[in-house]
Design a protein around this ligand. Sequence first.
Ligand SMILES: *Cc1c(COP(=O)(O)O)cnc(C)c1O
Length: 365
Amino acid sequence: MERLTGTSATGGVLERYRDRLPVTDDTPMLSLGEGGTPLVSSRRLIERIGCKDLYFKLEMCNPTSSFKDRGMVLAVAKAAEANAQAVLCASTGNTSASAAAYAAHSGLDAFVLVPHGRIAGGKLAQAVAHGARVLAVRGNFDDALAIARRVSEKHPVFSLVNSVNPHRIEGQKTAAFEIVDDLGEAPDLLFIPVGNAGNITAYWRGFVEYYQAERASRKPRLIGWQAAGAAPIVRGEPVDDPQTVATAIRIGNPASWESAVAARDESGGEINAVTDDEILDAYHLLAEEEGIFCEPASAACVAGLLKYAARPEALEGPESLRDQTIVCVITGHGLKDPETALATETEATEVDADLAAVESAMGLS
Ligand SMILES: *Cc1c(COP(=O)(O)O)cnc(C)c1O
């Protein structure tokens, strides 16, 4: 029998896409089982949208419950390969949860800089549970990232694992590969939330690479969505004090701004904004009509799709949504942000521990 190596039996993205990633013989083949996430068919929302096919790429099914794991596994493996002592990141939450988990997995220390008081409870719990040193910076995400960049420049034994680290984008492009592998072709449209803009950059790279390798005969149009109170790319200038319920995309000056604009333009796509009300409506619809409980940032792209579907002129040219195969990227899990769910759902009804009381509360008497 083969000796267990400590890597996941399912391989993970380093194993599965080794020949398309900067993996060498010296790269530790880390895996917590990231990637291979489900592409789920819409059963109910599709009726409101009126498109040919609608799928949700459930990136919330990654080991730390967001897509960040795809790039983090590679960034941490490369940090270990380069003999870094520790990984360091600024984070609105999910990057720190993922960095903390993969650092623990590989035996590196993790330091995370989060904006003070602005990180969802579940994400903070993850970073703390994995033993990361959490520093709550009195400032916003953009301030924290600027400091993290300077720390790693001054102290190179701290490997910066934000998406300015090129290995993050490389790892994240594997999600586009999986969509094509599952569908046998690229979709027509990809709807995706945009925060620091690394993910839209990564998807575009993945779709272009697969197209060039003739794994797909076309490339999708990328339709990105920012929150109205944090929409620098839509407005064309940085936002000083970004505000939105969708904390994962509460970013005023995206690190991958230029490459996101390039992805938009080269794909013939768009980057638009949705309000917090639209985001929360989509968040509830997904949970109540599809059984998908995502975090608010993820719902931004579905909010965008609903808005798009309501606009007859949404698609230029002869096509209409009716002919389109659409994928929405569901980036993170709703359990990460229980505060938002509990602040807006109706509360539980208290009843006595008694059959008649329960029946009456259920409307059965
Ligand atoms: C990081 C994140 C985003 C935004 O991705 P970018 O690469 O920063 O644009 C969206 N949703 C969730 C849940 C995230 O964790």
